[in-house]
Design a protein around this ligand. Structure first.
Ligand code: C2E
Ligand code: CA
Ligand code: CA
Ligand code: CA
Length: 275
């Protein structure tokens, strides 16, 4: 890279360097945020497509004193190993919130937490997860687990074993971002899971793109054949909602139903809705 400015290679390496600087800055900030538990969970409702009843919420991590979302900082936490502590905080905070809602008179609302491939890779993941729930004194139905295909495909036989242990303890499992990974029929039928989530990239294109409709319909049909709940995520319009409902999708999540809310605002939403 001799010519400065007009040289593509040099420009590219400057971008890479800027990215590396940003990553190490975020790593440092994560470190102090972790020591102060400077995070929050927001909760996005999941409802039954037909009755509109709330069936649970998904916990989504927020870092209020930064301007970065989990799509950016979770991969950094994974690369540095910080995800272990962060993931443990998420599980404990979700347990705490579950108990708080119960104490305030809400019914027990299952909270699904996102589990990174790096957390899932740990030998005793199932036992660690269960023992955190025991320490927090909530039942095994309080929390559920969302995992991506990529996390499971790293070692399929082991994944099946871990998922089975979770299910035997009464913990429900969703396969997240379905359709974006390997999605082989053969492996899906072997997985002990309860739900699949149709990735929002397909759901958001339902109205515009016949390929996305075809994939969405295939995923719904597959889920029904395997007797799994099928949750469509990222529903942003009434027309997408009714399309999905008429094609046999069982559960709905997305801004059109409700945005992710703080624990407090979720409680208001719930009370207003239940009358
Ligand atoms: P995800 O698990 O696929 O979560 C769904 C994302 O879609 C969330 O983004 C949610 O806020 C967003 N969303 C929900 N409804 C709509 C909608 O109608 N339209 C659009 N455009 N988006 C919608 P968020 O909260 O920024 O999270 C991004 C990703 O970060 C998550 O994707 C998940 O992979 C990861 N993540 C979030 N929280 C955690 C966590 O506690 N642990 C781990 N390991 N990963 C997390
Ligand atoms: Ca998820
Ligand atoms: Ca997802
Ligand atoms: Ca995603």
């Amino acid at each position: 890279a001799k010519q400065v400015g007009r040289n593509g290679v040099q420009f590219y390496s400057e971008e890479l360097a800027a990215k590396a600087r940003q990553q190490s800055r975020i790593e440092e900030q994560l470190k102090s945020a972790l020591s102060r538990s400077d995070f929050e969970l927001h909760y996005q409702p999941v409802v039954d497509m037909h009755t509109a009843q709330l069936t649970g919420v998904e916990a989504l991590l927020r870092w209020p004193n930064s301007h970065v979302g989990p799509d950016l900082f979770v991969p950094i936490a994974e690369a540095t190993g910080q995800i272990a502590r962060l993931g443990e905080w998420v599980i404990c905070e979700a347990c705490r919130q579950h108990k708080e809602w119960c104490e305030r008179g809400l019914p027990p609302i299952p909270i699904a937490v996102n589990v990174s491939a790096v957390q899932f890779r740990h030998d005793d993941f199932a036992e660690q997860f269960a023992s955190l729930l025991e320490d927090e004194e909530v039942g095994m139905g309080a929390l559920q687990v969302e995992l991506t295909e990529t996390a499971l495909m790293e070692n399929l036989d082991r994944a099946i074993d871990v998922l089975r242990r979770l299910q035997e303890m009464g913990i429900k499992i969703s396969l997240d971002d379905f359709g974006t990974g390997y999605s082989s029929l053969n492996y899906l039928s072997r997985l002990p899971i309860n739900k699949i989530k149709v990735d929002k990239s397909f759901v958001q294109r339902i109205e515009h793109d016949s390929a996305s409709r075809a994939i969405t319909e295939a995923v719904i049909a597959l889920g029904r054949t395997l007797k799994l709940e099928v949750i469509a995520e990222g529903i942003e319009s009434e027309s997408a909602l009714s399309y999905l409902r008429s094609h046999g999708c069982s559960h709905a999540q997305g801004y059109h139903v409700c945005k992710p809310l703080s624990g407090e605002v979720f409680e208001e939403w719930y009370r207003a809705r239940e009358g």
